[in-house]
Design a protein around this ligand. Structure first.
Ligand SMILES: [Zn+2]
Length: 269
């Protein structure tokens, strides 16, 4: 999913003088040390990767913060396949609930969102990523974007003004709104999926991944420049009518990260 991630990342750049620069690798040793120093959880993902060269393919030296968070995101996908489980930011592992692959395809909720939205195009429209056809991969993206944003926040000290601003928060907030909308659609008109979501394994996985996503999202609200369309997705999540089904599955109302929508945050948009 590297291609689609980069497409989304590039689309979310306000200004990217480095986008067409030739690849460099001279920063990789220092980048690894910085990852260990600033984000031990991200470094744990690097450590778990057998193929270190593959990890570095996602790191351009012009924007190490973006490169490292992207490398962590993509490595999480690889390790999820390898372990048949979602690696959590705190080091835990949730077994992949394969029964969710029989649920209705997430592409059926694409119409609830703007069709030309880059994340809708990438993750929900037919012919895009696996997540359009299989809820298991929507959960996979939810987890990968949680790692991605969590790392990007911790790696802020590596940001250079010349790199421009990257909307690191947009991806996770988009995926969270997709998952919320999916379970809402299930409750409304897909009884088999709604019933399946309440079975122990899918429900537990959703609860764990959602809680982790909430924590990662909230940790980013101190970074006003991290969002461009995030206020749209977060606004969607914070509307009570959109989160009733998810509330039932979580056993509580999902958190609304109002700090991400504060005037100080919005002022930079
Ligand atoms: Zn991904």
């Amino acid at each position: 999913m590297r291609r689609v991630l980069f497409a989304a990342m590039l689309a979310s750049l306000a200004y990217c003088p480095a986008a067409s620069a030739a690849p460099r690798s001279d920063c990789h040793a220092q980048a690894t040390r910085d990852l260990q120093r600033l984000s031990p959880q991200g470094h744990a993902i690097y450590s778990a990767m057998t193929d270190k060269k593959l990890f570095f393919t996602w790191i351009g030296c012009d924007d190490v913060q973006l490169g490292l968070s992207t490398a962590v995101h993509e490595s999480v996908h690889i390790l999820t396949e390898k372990n048949d489980g979602f690696l959590l930011i705190d080091g835990g592992l949730v077994r992949r609930p394969h029964e969710v692959s029989k649920f209705f395809p997430p592409k059926e909720i694409a119409g609830r969102f703007e069709r030309d939205d880059i994340y809708v195009k990438t993750y929900l429209l037919p012919g895009a990523a696996s997540s359009a056809d299989d809820f298991l991969y929507l959960l996979d993206e939810l987890n990968a974007y949680s790692h991605d944003l969590s790392s990007a926040v911790k790696l802020v000290p590596l940001h250079k003004p010349g790199n421009g601003e990257v909307a690191h928060r947009d991806g996770l907030s988009a995926l969270m709104s997709f998952v919320m909308s999916y379970v809402d659609a299930a409750r409304e008109k897909k009884p088999a999926t709604w019933s399946g979501l309440q079975r122990p394994e899918p429900r537990k996985a959703l609860q764990t991944l959602w809680g982790q996503a909430e924590t990662a999202l909230a940790s980013s609200c101190t970074q006003p420049a991290f969002g461009r369309k995030d206020h749209v997705y977060i606004g969607f999540m914070c509307e009570a009518k959109n989160n009733r089904a998810l509330s039932e599955l979580l056993g509580r109302a999902p958190a609304c990260p109002r700090d991400c929508l504060s005037p100080g945050t919005a002022a930079l948009r």
